[in-house]
Design a protein around this ligand. Structure first.
Ligand code: GLA
Length: 402
């Protein structure tokens, strides 16, 4: 049997999702169907700052995961993937039946069920069909989107009975504790708390956030390098350890320092000799990147697009040279995009080690950017890039039935 998804079919349309659910489960009550959704994210700026208690500026985007479902009294999330027809029963309650993680995508569902229960929130079983327009392993937070969509699907209508920020924290705990990736809060925050037409600046220490409208006359373009994020999680955890080591060493001399968030350039210069090479490079990136987030917020508010472009370029160079998470393909994409008139700002986005770039582009320059990516980039690297003009959207929730 050929289960290759047909790219011409939009599996995520509410009509198709409901139709698919009722075909798979003919006895389901159509009046009891719900559709939940959770978006991916693109980070405008503020990379590898979240787990250092710093600032990030992500936007939820209109590439998302949707689940049509009927809740039941059972203990299993019975999920069918719309694109392939694969059907998997995932035990979700009581917590004792949720075994060890298996390394599969189902871990995100199980881990979220576990954290909902630990938070004292009700969890129910369901039969559902999942469809996604969000590419997996592209660095656009498909994991966080799956956690958020699961949180909504496993909860009574209206979603988990806590704030979106609390749902984000719960999903982050699922990823840290159950899945085993020591990610910060940014991705879950963006997927839970996204705002229509805007990015959101999050202070990862206090949890305070501010809406930062994106310029209406620019398009946010996400470009996938075609390099999958393979070595991702172990290298990510290593970078995090480098940062924690740097903060601990500086903190021995400067008692107010709890995380790199508390370090400034002068402090770093004062204690640089005590840090090993990796710790010093990582710390410099984080201290400077935190400052860039606040400067991008100001530059956007002032309409100073030249400054935004420079700050993006500096962020990319720092991720390449100091944090060492870029790859040659991302560097080439950024260099090529920067050479296209009308591309205002461009840099790698997300954790790195492959994945995507984010660019702010004048609408009449999107075609020229696409031509360079699909022409010169593809020819020089042999990679299969993809490019999406995206829109900033509201965070996870429910969709009206068709
Ligand atoms: C991944 C993590 C986030 C963040 C970024 C880098 O997306 O999940 O928490 O650390 O990398 O900015």
């Amino acid at each position: 049997m050929d289960t290759t998804p047909d790219p011409a079919i939009d599996h995520t349309s509410p009509e198709r999702l409901v139709e698919r659910l009722l075909t798979e489960h003919p006895d389901a009550d159509p009046a009891a169907v719900r559709i939940v959704r959770a978006p991916g994210r693109v980070n405008i700026i503020g990379e590898h700052t979240d787990y250092n208690d710093g600032f990030v500026l992500p936007a939820a985007i209109d590439l998302e995961i949707r689940i049509a479902l009927v809740a039941d009294d059972g203990d299993v999330a019975d999920l069918t993937l719309a694109a392939t027809g694969e059907r998997t029963p995932i035990p979700v309650r009581p917590v004792e039946v949720i075994g060890a993680p298996t390394g599969a995508w189902t871990d995100y569902v199980a881990g979220t069920a576990l954290e909902l229960a630990r938070g004292g929130l009700p969890v129910h079983g369901f039969r559902g069909v999942l469809a996604s327009s969000l590419p997996e392993g592209a660095g656009l937070s498909s994991s966080a989107a799956l956690e958020l969509a699961s949180a909504w699907a496993l909860s009574p209508a209206g979603g988990p009975a806590v704030s979106p920020m609390d749902v984000a924290r719960l999903a982050q705990r699922a990823e840290n504790g159950y899945v085993g990736v020591r990610c910060g809060l940014m991705d879950q925050f963006a997927s839970a708390c996204g705002v229509d037409g805007a990015a959101v600046l999050l202070d990862c220490r206090s949890g305070a956030s501010r809406v930062v409208p994106l310029p209406e006359d620019l398009v946010v373009v996400v470009t996938h390098s075609g390099v999958p994020r393979t070595l991702g999680s172990s290298a990510y955890n290593d970078r995090r350890a480098d940062c924690e080591r740097a903060a601990a060493i500086i903190g021995r001399h400067e008692p107010a320092v709890r995380a790199l968030r508390d370090v400034d350039a002068a402090m770093l210069a004062r204690w640089a000799d005590e840090l090993d090479g990796a710790a010093l490079l990582r710390a410099r990136h984080v201290v400077e990147e935190d400052a860039r987030v606040l400067r991008v917020e100001q530059a956007l508010a002032a309409g100073d697009l030249a400054a935004v472009g420079e700050l993006f370029a500096a962020s990319h160079a720092s991720l390449r040279d100091l944090f060492e998470v870029s790859v040659p393909e991302l560097d080439l994409l950024v260099a090529l995009a920067a050479s296209v008139p009308g591309v205002v700002a461009t840099r790698m986005t997300g954790a790195g080690f492959g994945g995507c770039t984010v660019s702010l582009v004048r609408p009449d320059a999107v075609d020229a950017l696409r031509a360079v990516v699909e022409g010169e980039y593809r020819a020089r690297t042999g990679r299969e890039p993809r490019l999406w003009p995206v829109r900033a959207v509201v965070g996870a929730g429910e969709l009206p039935l068709p």
